[in-house]
Write a protein that binds this ligand. Structure first.
Ligand code: PLP
Length: 466
């Protein structure tokens, strides 16, 4: 036998190798360059196995991305078949069929005249591409001063320099630089954290007024784009007040400001639709960015869908020599696009419908966790939700005593058979869209127990007396 054990070689230890050689995303200084994380072994349907071989419900579907579930043979076969047919071609001077097909299908799903698609390698590069497109668009139109980007507290748009400059969650920018002269941050549209005593309607008015005043103060002539997630995902599943997005979109339209709807999380079924901007929120953006669910995480792919009007304007600008000098080696990757086509077949073949049907049950069952005194609010839409813990329900104090409460809940839930995504004092849930009622029941029962055990721990340690 040639197995390492019998040949006398030491067995491979992933944890040891990772600590020595693997750098993970978002490390802290005290651990950087010397860190291993929980090992995931295999995936199957809504489950993944850990390093010890225990099977857990994949609460966050990887990173909001494994929408059709793990171990889909159809997708694995496409990966294989496309790689054998054509594994790569240069998009600089050639093209392939899967990307042209996928662009056509995505255009058919996108709202209004959004019918041109540029493919990237993920969400950050999609947002980056949209922002560089806005810069090109305004340069070509003779408006080089129209470049400021509006973003919001609580937002997450990526980890490349310009996309990361838009991020507004706590800790995102504490130790990292950004293009601050180009970005203006507005308030987070979080109804749970609205000023005490204010109605949601008045809160919405306040946010819209702030937007309008900002446009006035900076001047529309200097503002190129507003970038926003219809529902802020990793900021804690922030569902904005009803009509807020429509009213912001109207101000953008009136002031020639591009509305970039970042649907990296909300598209491809998370809210039951291929794109949610129009079908769920009633807005017709100028650009939609997407990634994650487009391939259900089986291949790194993202992109933007752009309004035909913008291309028309650029072509009519008498600047026919101007080049949009932007593109990636892996733009229009044939394997990624082939996987996305099959993934779309699966979504359209019943998974979108299932997601729409099961979403109310998912939200209802999770909402029942509000009976636990540590839980301040459970909110969400479609198959994305957040359980936000608070030290005190009256003051909505986000458990400042113990910022890692999400991690504690995650540890208990892991033992009980559920992977959760801890975010400071919040737990975010966004399972594969194929999740059944029974699996939702199990997920909620484990969360209930995991949060109860966390409450006991916090009481015992004298950190909380709820
Ligand atoms: N935009 C949003 C809304 C996201 O949630 C993310 C990632 O979580 C990104 C952009 C960045 O995507 P990626 O990590 O694929 O670069």
């Amino acid at each position: 036998s040639s197995s390492p054990a019998s040949s006398g070689e030491a067995a491979f230890e992933p944890t040891r190798a990772a600590r020595r050689h693997l750098v993970q995303p978002w490390p802290v200084a005290g651990e950087i360059g010397d860190e291993a994380r929980g090992l995931i072994g295999e995936g199957d349907g809504v489950h993944v196995s850990d390093g010890e071989g225990n099977w857990l419900i994949d609460g966050p579907a990887g990173m909001w991305c494994v929408n059709v579930g793990h171990r889909r043979r159809e997708l694995a076969e496409v990966l294989h078949d496309q790689a054998m047919a054509l594994s790569y071609n240069s998009p600089w001077y050639t093209m392939n069929e899967p990307s042209a097909r996928l662009a056509e299908r995505i255009a058919a799903h996108a709202p209004g005249d959004l019918d041109h698609v540029f493919f990237t390698t993920g969400g950050s590069t999609a947002v980056e591409s949209a922002l560089r497109f806005m810069q090109f668009y305004n340069n070509v139109r003779g408006r080089p001063e129209k470049k400021v980007i509006l973003s919001r507290g609580g937002a997450y748009h990526g980890s490349t320099f310009l996309s990361a400059s838009l991020n507004g969650r706590p800790r995102d920018r504490d130790w990292m630089d950004g293009v601050d002269d180009l970005v203006v941050k507005l308030s987070c549209p979080d109804p749970f954290r609205r000023p005490a005593g204010m109605s949601v309607e008045s809160f919405s008015d306040k946010l819209v007024a702030e937007f309008a005043e900002t446009v006035e103060r900076i001047a529309a002539e200097r503002i190129g784009a507003f970038v926003g997630e219809p529902i802020m995902a990793s900021g804690g599943v922030i569902v904005p007040p009803p009509d807020y997005l429509k009213r912001i979109a109207a101000i953008c339209r009136d002031n020639d400001i591009l509305f970039v709807s970042d649907e990296v999380v909300t598209a491809f079924g998370r809210l039951g639709e291929v794109f949610a901007s129009q079908s769920v929120f009633g807005i017709e953006p100028d650009i939609i960015t997407f990634a994650k669910g487009v391939t259900s995480g089986y291949f790194p792919l993202g992109g933007m869908v752009v309004s035909a009007r913008l291309f028309d304007e650029i072509r009519r600008s008498n600047r026919s020599e101007a080049m949009y000098a932007h593109g990636l080696t892996y733009s229009s990757h044939p394997v990624g696009c082939a996987v996305a086509l099959k993934n779309l077949d699966l979504l359209e073949g019943g998974i979108l419908e299932h997601a729409r049907e099961i979403a109310p049950y998912f939200q209802d069952r999770l909402k029942s966790l509000e009976e636990l005194p540590l839980v301040g609010e459970v909110r969400g839409a479609g198959l994305m939700a957040c359980v936000e813990c608070v030290a005190d329900r009256e003051s909505r104090n986000p458990l400042t005593l113990d910022k890692e409460v999400g991690k504690r809940i995650d540890a208990h839930c892991h033992e009980l058979g559920l992977l959760v995504r801890p975010l400071i004092h919040m737990c975010v849930m966004s399972p594969p869209l194929i999740i059944t009622r029974e699996q939702i029941d199990r997920m909620v029962a484990i969360l209930h127990e995991g949060i109860s055990r966390t409450m006991d721990d916090l009481r015992q340690e004298g950190l909380w007396n709820g």
